[in-house]
Design a protein around this ligand. Structure first.
Ligand code: NI
Length: 566
């Protein structure tokens, strides 16, 4: 066992004993993965473009240690390789033995090559170096100022020029963690490499760039150090697929992307494959029409990238039609064709098409859909023209509370907001005393009461002052009236009982039929008993009264009507 292996084993034992490091949990999730890095030196050449196409078909990423002088000849190939997610790294400008060069000449070889990469790809690709012939010294390592990547599998492809021999070297010599040396200068190297890659994939290898290999094996690639391979017990997982989420908006969709911490997300919204030159995600963005979003996540410096995730968004919906109603006539408008119904059925392209104002009788539900080329049909817009002549945008003819709501609105006890009654919204203290104040005929309050959370310009000011004067509600210990607090069912009973002009007779045992009667608070006992006995308050089921449950506006409309009949 080498010193390096021993220290990794010791570290792993320590991590296992502690058992708390998140990196360990991740490593276990990905353990058993065989990783290897395929590398091509000396190019690019006339064979490299075709090699890139074949690697794309296999979704395999490799590392190209390019000579600057050849990268200069094939800038579009350098760019294509980089954008496909391969690692571009330096093999010097023109392949000198670095041990025979001065520090100054070494640095010149490297900076010239890095500038060529930068010109071709638009980004920095100067991170790693493979010294020609694998030849280094302490002085050279110090002068290059980058991690020096050597290899552990030498295919001798430059010597054999034989695809079968190249293939045999790859499949016989590659082990977990291997860095495999090839040259994309020869057709035999390319074809042998591709056959070898296919076999390694069949054997379960994940083929990654050198940078990703080192990162996922827990190595920090350090300047001036040599790396031959990256075997080891630790395997960190690859980068997760980005998650694409979308929310429908008026104009189309709002798209959000997320990915592993520390990665950047590159995406396209036209169905093409994203590259590192595609849009860089910086926040949710709007798309107008049906599109396919594709995205991948990547670390900087070609440290690996995720697979591509993909979501196709539907065509957005047309906007809902507007319905306006006056004097028994409905007028509809929309961006496209409008189809409607008056009989409670769902409107479709097959129902009546709107061509002008439609006469409607009270007790009719108007429903309309907009149909526009290039869009999905709009959501259905509905307007209920009630028996009593009210208009509701959110109440259905078939709702159990329809007639009760219709009556309280006609009496002016409850109101709609832009035709919406909001039947499911919870009733607050303000809402309740407002209804009772109207029921009492809107009397002018006499006294002056002061509460820290009620101002004189409150729209319900008179109702709240009147309710305080009548002792229907009072301030809490801190003096606050809490008008926005929801009213519970037992509080509702208490307030109604206090308002009742004469104390009616009731059966004191009415509550015992409910399993949860004991949860009624003592101060509310008489009031709730009265409310149940008179039929004003009903159980939420045969056995449950739910005294601390909330009250919806629809329920309040029914309760108020029952209260009025006392
Ligand atoms: Ni070379």
């Amino acid at each position: 066992m080498t010193m390096k292996k021993r220290s990794i084993a010791l570290l792993l034992a320590l991590v296992l004993m502690l058992g708390i490091l998140p990196v360990q949990a991740e490593a276990e999730a990905a353990s058993g993965t065989k990783l290897a890095a395929i590398t091509f030196d000396d190019g690019p050449s006339k064979y490299t473009d075709g090699l890139l196409d074949e690697l794309s078909k296999r979704d395999v990423k490799v590392t190209f240690f390019m000579q600057g002088c050849n990268a200069e000849q094939y800038p579009s190939v350098v760019k294509k390789a980089y954008e496909a997610g391969h690692q571009i790294a330096s093999h010097t400008y023109n392949h000198p033995q670095l041990t025979k060069l001065s520090d100054k000449k070494i640095k010149n070889q490297l900076s010239t090559t890095d500038a060529i990469f930068n010109n071709a790809t638009g980004v920095d690709n100067s991170y790693m170096l493979r010294p020609p012939y694998g030849s280094t010294s302490d002085r050279v390592l110090s002068a290059i100022g980058k991690p020096a990547i050597i290899w552990s599998v030498d295919t001798l492809d430059w010597k054999s020029r034989n695809a079968d021999a190249v293939y045999q070297h790859i499949i016989n010599d590659t082990k977990d963690g291997s860095i495999v040396l090839l040259h994309d200068l020869y057709a035999t190297s390319v074809s042998g490499a591709l056959r070898g890659i296919d076999t390694l994939l069949e054997e379960g290898y994940e083929l990654v760039t050198v940078e990703e290999l080192l990162r996922r094996r827990g190595f920090d690639a350090v300047s001036g150090k040599k790396y031959f391979s990256a075997a080891g017990n630790i395997t960190l997982p690859g980068i997760s697929l980005p998650v694409i989420t979308s929310a429908e908006t008026e104009e189309g969709y709002l798209v959000s992307l997320s990915a592993d911490a520390g990665t950047r997300i590159y995406y396209t919204a036209d169905g093409t494959a994203p590259t590192s030159q595609s849009a860089l995600y910086s926040g949710p963005f709007q798309v107008q029409s049906a599109v396919t979003i594709k995205a991948f996540a990547a670390y900087d410096l070609n440290g690996g990238r995720s697979q591509i995730s993909e979501v196709t968004l539907d065509v957005p919906r047309a906007e809902m039609p507007d319905i306006s109603l006056a004097e028994d006539t409905a007028t509809l408008s929309a961006g496209g064709e409008i189809h409607y119904t008056l009989d409670g059925t769902v409107p479709t392209a097959d129902t009546a098409q709107y061509s002008g104002p439609v006469p409607v009788a009270a007790g009719t539900m108007i429903q309309a859909v907009a149909i526009q080329p290039g869009y999905r049909n709009s959501r259905v817009k509905s307007l209920l023209y009630s028996d009593l002549g009210n208009q509701f945008s959110d109440i259905n003819l078939a709702s159990w509370y329809y007639h009760d709501v219709d009556q309280v609105v006609s009496q002016g006890l409850m109101t709609t907001d832009h035709l919406a009654f909001s039947p499911d919204r919870n009733v607050t203290r303000r809402d309740l005393v407002t209804v009772l104040y109207r029921l009492a005929g809107r009397p002018e309050p006499h006294g002056t009461y002061s509460f820290p959370d009620v101002t004189s310009n409150d729209s319900a000011y008179n109702a709240l002052m009147w309710a305080a004067e009548q002792n229907l509600i009072s301030g809490f210990e801190d003096g606050a009236l809490r008008p926005n607090a929801p009213v519970t069912r037992e509080q509702l009973a208490v307030i109604l009982y206090r308002m009742c002009p004469n104390s009616p007779v009731f059966t004191p045992t009415a509550l015992r039929s409910f399993d949860d009667w004991e949860s009624i608070q003592s101060y509310a006992w008489t009031s709730v008993d009265w409310a149940v006995s008179t039929g004003i308050l009903r159980g939420i089921s045969d056995t449950q009264l739910s005294p601390d449950g909330t009250v919806t506006r629809a329920q309040l409309s029914s309760i108020v009507l029952r209260y009025q009949t006392l």
